[in-house]
Design a protein around this ligand. Structure first.
Ligand SMILES: Nc1ncnc2c1ncn2[C@@H]1O[C@H](COP(=O)(O)OP(=O)(O)O)[C@@H](O)[C@H]1O
Ligand SMILES: [Mg+2]
Length: 220
């Protein structure tokens, strides 16, 4: 069974009353533990597709199914729960909170979910990305690659089934990018997390199991 699946998905945004087609008739699915790279130029619809796959937004037409659940069938509370339990997100700009320490950043999603085991799980997650020695540092005291490793720990701390990565190496040099991509490769293999990664780099995409090309909102 697919971990996520898009069936004939179309997404239009309305700006000043005019429709903009971000995705047109996109069908795509991924298995548990599969690492999928979504490649295409800026504006081709990559972030839109990630947001739909992660139940952050709804398609204009077509359906999105995440872990066997069709997202449009859920009410707001169920949708929030689905996202919180099943999805992790990492970004080009890391998006760590500057006022919090490394371990507090990683703990935050668990604290917000009211979990009592936030500290031990966060330590495990930091150990997994080999950042346990930096637990009490603040984000500004880290390199870009280290910040992305912390962001990966935060995204995985609740053991999501889907990790969405939106241009995760866009702000990193080649050597650091390779390290982060190698880590994502390991995440998919060793934890069976499905990864959907948006990138405009063919080199980054080469690390994935499956490469999907998007052009002007359509699968090429
Ligand atoms: N919230 C929005 N409102 C209006 N248009 C949007 C919005 N988000 C994205 N778009 C448009 O949809 C298209 C796809 O954008 P996006 O998914 O961000 O592409 P990518 O991530 O590949 O750069 C672009 O034309 C973009 O301008
Ligand atoms: Mg984008």
């Amino acid at each position: 069974m697919s971990l996520f699946r898009l069936d004939h998905v179309t997404k239009q945004y309305f700006t000043e009353g005019r429709p903009v087609s971000a995705l047109t008739d996109v069908s795509l699915d991924a298995a548990r533990g599969e690492f999928v790279a979504l490649v295409g130029r800026s504006g081709c619809g990559k972030s839109t597709l990630l947001n739909l796959a992660g139940a952050m937004d709804f398609p204009t037409s077509g359906t999105v199914t995440l872990d066997g659940v069709e997202t449009s069938s859920l009410n707001d509370a169920a949708l929030t729960r689905l996202r919180r339990d099943k999805v992790g997100f990492i970004f080009q700009s890391f998006q760590l909170l500057p006022a919090l320490s490394v371990i507090e950043n990683v703990e935050l999603p668990l604290m917000l979910a009211g979990r009592a085991d936030a500290r031990p799980l966060s330590k495990d997650a930091l150990r997994w990305v080999e950042m346990e020695d930096y637990a009490s540092r603040r984000p500004f005291q880290l390199s870009g690659g280290q910040m992305q490793r912390v962001a990966i720990a935060r995204a995985l701390v609740h053991s999501p089934s889907l990790l969405l990565a939106d241009e995760p190496t866009g702000n990193l040099d080649t050597t650091t990018s390779d390290l982060i991509l190698g880590l994502l490769r390991r995440v998919a293999r060793e934890t069976s997390t499905t990864i959907l990664m948006a990138t405009h780099s063919d080199e980054a995409a080469a690390m994935a199991d499956t490469i999907v090309h998007l052009r002007d909102g359509r699968i090429a």
